[in-house]
Design a protein around this ligand. Structure first.
Ligand code: PLP
Length: 457
């Protein structure tokens, strides 16, 4: 997909300082970035400050932020209660981290147990990636089987087992998705342990499950694909019934949906209870975090009270009988204080309704503007995250998204950046409590200016 020339030229004219920094960054970091997701053409924008729903770049341009650190900032940037909690926590503790157990990790564990129906017991990690990786290890250990089934287009972090078929390729309807590594360096033997299923297409998914079910140690999915394609209710019910019947632990990766689809995530919203849940993003209040929770009998496999492991050295280590889990920063108190403050705000009555209403108003407004200018378009999503689809057809799976006009969308996204709407091109829109009615109206004004320009070609 080529870079759209005119929108890029307009954006480049006002982001010269970003271009200079980027050029410099390419000399010290591969591709000028320290996470590939942060790259886009012609160069990523460098930010210098943020407040509420707004980002300011190094050239002084202001943007209404719909990326929100890939959805993590449910309260927007620099929410006063989060900032205060972190400052106070540092003051009180006299250090960023103890490196020992502390009361807040237990309080947060209890909070998550009370909110997430699937969670009896919990462990913290430092990222969403670590959370899903640990959940898979737990599931495999519990079931005693080793293959993992994941869904086409679903992202669970960039490690070998699940960095497979995240990048979906067009295929005929009702045909099985390809099993394909999304990175160099993934051993064939690891890839062979991953089974890929189509999301929201039970007729195609079930025979694949049937073929591998004796070997499957886990099924993992994003309950809302990419944070914006909602599950068909019957699809999710079928998957739950099937995995229960065949004793395959079902893992909901709620790294995106946790605290976004409500306080209890997608499982609360759709009423389907997995065996294990991975959390991240919003839980960290803007800091890196992850967590895995689930059925007690599964979680207990990792208890050092059963047997020691190689690091829990005061008991006999029996590698085959204990499930290793550790991390220098797990349960980091400063991070949990930001997460705790975030959850306290989200627990106040009416908070989700307000963000969802803002999302609804924005979606309606964008659709109305695009249709008025003669573009076939719709928004897709549920709750506080949605995506914009340019094309005639409804989107219920990733294949529909691939059939939409992605190059027109890319052109629009560059125009929106130039007009002051921040979004990683082709990515979803996430809203926060900072996106109030005024922000939404201003977004729609800028959006209309972008669409007008798109129409002019
Ligand atoms: C659904 C999902 N799972 C896992 C991850 C990995 O999380 P992290 O980037 O914190 O490692 C992400 C990140 O975008 C995600 O969206």
């Amino acid at each position: 997909m080529g870079i759209p020339a005119q929108p890029v030229r307009l954006l480049s004219e006002k982001t010269r300082a970003s271009a200079v920094l980027y050029e410099e960054a390419t000399r010290s970091m591969p591709g000028g970035v320290t996470a590939n997701i942060k790259h886009f053409d012609p160069y990523p924008l460098f930010m210098k400050s943020a407040s509420g729903a707004e980002l300011t770049d190094v050239d002084g341009n202001e943007y209404i932020d719909y990326n929100l650190c890939y959805g993590a900032l449910m309260l927007g940037h620099g929410h006063p209660r989060v900032m205060k909690a972190v400052r106070e926590q540092l003051e009180q503790m006299g250090t960023p981290v103890f490196g020992t157990p502390h009361a807040l990790e237990m309080e947060m564990a209890n909070k998550l147990i009370s909110l997430y129906p699937s969670v009896d017991s919990i462990r913290f990690t430092n990222s969403g990636l670590e959370a899903t990786m640990f959940a898979l290890r737990l599931a495999r250990a519990f079931s005693g089987r080793h293959k993992v089934a994941k869904f086409e287009g679903h992202y669970h972090g960039g490690y070998d087992q699940v960095l497979i078929s995240v990048h979906a390729r067009k295929r005929k309807r009702n045909t099985p998705p390809e099993v394909r590594a999304d990175s160099m360096g993934i051993p064939k033997e690891v890839q062979e342990q991953t089974v890929v299923l189509p999301f929201n297409d039970w007729e195609t998914a079930e025979p694949i499950l049937d073929r591998f079910r004796e070997e499957l140690g886990a099924v993992i999915l994003e309950p809302v694909q990419g944070g914006f394609i909602p599950p068909k209710p019957q699809f999710l019910r079928n998957l739950r019934e099937y995995t229960r019947r065949h004793r395959i632990p079902l893992i909901f990766d709620e790294v995106k949906t946790g605290f976004r689809m409500g306080l209890a995530g997608a499982q609360g919203r759709y009423g389907i209870i997995p065996d294990l849940t991975a959390l991240g993003k919003v839980l960290g209040g803007g800091f890196p975090v992850g967590a895995v929770g689930g059925r007690r009998e599964i979680m207990e496999l990792t208890s050092p009270v059963r047997h020691g492991d190689v690091l829990a050295g005061d008991r006999e280590a029996k590698g085959e009988e204990v499930l290793f889990h550790s991390g220098t920063y797990n349960g980091h108190p400063t991070i949990l204080s930001a997460g705790w403050a975030t959850i306290s705000v989200l627990e106040e009555s009416g908070v989700y309704t307000a963000v969802e209403e803002a999302a609804h108003r924005l979606r309606e407004g964008m659709e109305e503007i695009l249709n008025r200018y003669g573009f076939a378009a719709r928004t897709v999503g549920d709750g506080t995250i949605f995506n914009l689809v340019l094309g005639e057809h409804p989107v219920t799976e990733i294949q529909d998204w691939l059939r939409s006009d992605l190059s027109l969308r890319r052109r629009l996204d560059h125009l929106l950046l130039e007009k002051g709407i921040y979004l990683k091109p082709l990515s979803r829109f996430s809203l926060s409590t900072a996106h109030n009615a005024a922000e939404v109206e201003e977004t729609l004004n800028r959006f209309e200016a972008g669409v007008k320009q798109l129409k002019r070609g």
